[in-house]
Ligand binder design. Structure first.
Ligand SMILES: [Zn+2]
Length: 453
C-alpha cells in the first residue's frame, strides 16, 4: 500500500539541463513529460513546484534561455526513477542537433551549503565541467553526461537553487506533436484582458509600446504559450482564460527566478571583472558618451578604486538616448554583463539597466551680455576682456551659467523586446518576495499545477 509518510520514502532532487538545441525541442517540455510520468505513474510526491532556473544569461555557449530544471520529489522507488530519467533524457534530447544534456541526482532532505553557494555563482559567473564534477563527487551528487555533457553544470546548479526569497511562477502550455510548427492561433483580446485585469500579478504578457503579444514564442518548439506571474493561482487562472481552440497536450506551473534580476545581485565594483560575468557596479561617469552609427552609445566610468571601464548601451535596449545625456561626474548604478571588447581586448560593460543616482550641475562659461543692448559681448582677445560691438560697454570676464539637465534620477530598463528572462520588470521593484520559501515545510501545491488534456 502506498503511504507518503512511510520511512521508505526518500527525498530525491533531480536536475537536468541542455536537452534542447538552437533548432527545437525544449527542456521545459521534457520536464513536463517527466513530471507527468513521475506523478501519475510512479507515485512520486512533489515537495516543490518544478523549478525553472535561469542561469547566467551571458554565457555564449548557452542554448536559448539557459534554463535548467529541478524536480524535488519524495519516492519509495528512486532507482526506478533514475533509470526512467536517463532513458528519457537520452531518447528525447536533441543530441543530433548539438544538445549536450546533463542530469544530476541528489538524495537527501537538506541541500548542502557548498551546493547552494555553487548555484549562486552559476547565476553570474562562468563555471566549467571539471569544477562541477569535483563538487558533485564531494557531495555524492550523481551526474550523467550525454554529448559533451555541458548540461551537468546547469543540472547541478538547479538542484542547489532553492529560490528562497524572490521568485515568480510561469504556467507553460504545451502543444500536441502534430501541431508543432504550425502558427499559434491566440485570441489577442484575451491576452490584452489578462494583461490589464491581472496586473501587477502577471507580467510580460503584452508589449503595449510595440503592440506585441509576448506569451507565445515563434519557433517550432512545443511551447504553446506561457504566463508569468507572482503566484500559481493567478498564472493558472490567466492561462485557462486564454487557452486556444487548438487541442493542447497539457500545462505545468514552474517556480522560477524569471523577472527577478537574480543574475545582477552581485556587486562587481569590488571584484576583478571577468568576461561573461553579470552583476552591477556603482560608478561615476568619467567621459561623456559618444553615439556611433546604429545608435549605440559608449562612455567611460570609474569606480571608487579609480578603475576605468568602457560602457556600452546598445541600440535595441532603447536606453541610448537617455545614456547619451550623461556627463562627467554623474553618479550611476548599472546592471551589466561583461563582454570582450573588439579593438584592444579589454572588457566592455553592456548595460542591462541604468539607475541614475545623482546628476551634477552642467556649467559652461559664456561671454557676458550687454545690459543696455541685450546682445552678447565680443572677446577683445586673450585676457583683454569683452566689449559690446553696439554701444562700446566693456566687461572683464565670462559669466558662468548652469544648463538645465533633461534627466531625472531613477531606474531605467531596456524596452520589453530587449528583456531577458531574468530582467526584473519595473513594476516588480518593491514587490520582491522577501520571506523564505521553504520546500522542507511541506506546503501542498496548488491542485491545478499539472494538467494533461
Ligand atoms: Zn551694448
Amino acid at each position: 500500500m502506498f503511504d507518503p509518510a512511510s520511512k521508505d520514502m526518500k527525498v530525491v532532487h533531480i536536475g537536468f539541463d541542455d536537452t534542447d538545441s538552437q533548432r527545437g525541442r525544449c527542456t521545459t517540455n521534457l520536464a513536463y513529460k517527466i513530471t507527468c510520468k513521475l506523478k501519475n505513474e510512479m507515485d512520486s510526491i512533489f515537495i516543490d513546484y518544478p523549478l525553472l532556473v535561469r542561469l547566467n544569461p551571458n554565457i555564449p555557449w548557452k542554448t536559448r534561455g539557459n534554463g535548467a530544471v529541478c524536480l524535488r520529489v519524495k519516492s519509495d522507488q528512486p532507482e526506478q526513477i533514475i533509470e526512467y530519467l536517463l532513458d528519457t533524457v537520452r531518447r528525447e534530447s536533441d543530441l543530433s542537433n548539438g544538445a549536450n544534456p546533463g542530469v544530476a541526482i541528489f538524495a537527501g532532505e537538506d541541500i548542502p551549503l557548498a551546493l547552494r553557494q555553487f548555484s549562486s555563482r552559476a547565476m553570474y559567473d562562468v563555471i566549467d565541467i571539471k569544477e562541477t564534477e569535483n563538487l558533485a563527487s564531494q557531495l555524492s551528487i550523481q551526474t550523467f553526461k550525454f554529448g559533451e555533457g555541458l548540461g551537468i553544470i546547469g543540472a547541478v546548479a538547479s538542484i542547489g537553487s532553492l529560490l528562497e526569497c524572490d521568485h515568480t511562477y510561469e504556467a507553460i502550455a504545451y502543444r500536441k506533436e502534430q501541431f508543432c510548427g504550425s502558427p499559434r492561433e491566440i485570441d489577442r483580446s484575451k491576452v490584452l484582458k489578462i494583461n490589464t485585469d491581472t496586473h501587477p500579478f502577471t507580467f510580460n504578457s503584452y508589449d503595449s509600446i510595440h503592440d506585441r503579444v509576448l506569451v507565445t514564442p515563434h519557433g517550432p518548439d512545443p511551447v504553446f504559450c506561457g504566463i508569468r506571474g507572482e503566484d500559481p493561482f493567478t498564472v493558472i487562472r490567466a492561462l485557462e482564460y486564454i487557452l486556444p481552440i487548438e487541442r493542447l497536450e497539457g500545462y505545468m506551473v514552474f517556480r522560477t527566478n524569471q523577472g527577478t534580476n537574480m543574475h545582477l545581485q552581485n556587486d562587481l565594483s569590488i571584484k576583478k571583472l571577468r568576461t561573461h560575468n553579470s552583476g552591477y557596479i556603482r560608478c561615476f561617469v568619467t567621459k561623456r558618451p559618444t553615439i556611433i552609427r546604429g545608435g549605440h552609445v559608449f562612455f567611460e566610468v570609474s569606480n571608487f578604486n579609480n578603475n576605468k571601464y568602457q560602457v556600452a548601451v546598445y541600440e535595441p535596449t532603447g536606453l541610448g538616448k537617455l545614456a547619451s545625456k550623461l556627463i562627467e561626474g554623474d553618479h550611476i548604478d548599472i546592471g551589466i554583463s561583461v563582454s570582450k571588447g573588439n579593438s584592444n581586448g579589454s572588457n566592455v560593460l553592456n548595460v542591462e539597466y541604468l539607475t541614475i543616482l545623482n546628476i551634477v550641475d552642467e556649467v559652461t562659461n559664456i561671454n557676458p551680455l550687454c545690459n543696455k543692448c541685450r546682445k552678447r559681448m565680443k572677446s577683445e582677445g586673450k585676457n583683454k576682456g569683452f566689449q559690446c560691438k553696439i554701444c562700446g560697454d566693456k566687461s572683464d570676464s565670462k559669466v558662468v551659467v548652469t544648463n538645465s539637465r533633461d534627466l531625472q534620477s531613477g531606474t531605467y530598463l531596456p524596452s520589453l523586446k530587449a528583456h531577458r528572462h531574468l530582467t526584473k520588470p519595473l513594476h516588480r521593484f518593491g514587490m520582491e518576495k522577501t520571506y523564505p520559501y521553504l520546500p522542507k515545510i511541506f506546503k501542498p501545491l496548488n491542485s491545478e499545477w499539472l494538467k494533461s488534456f
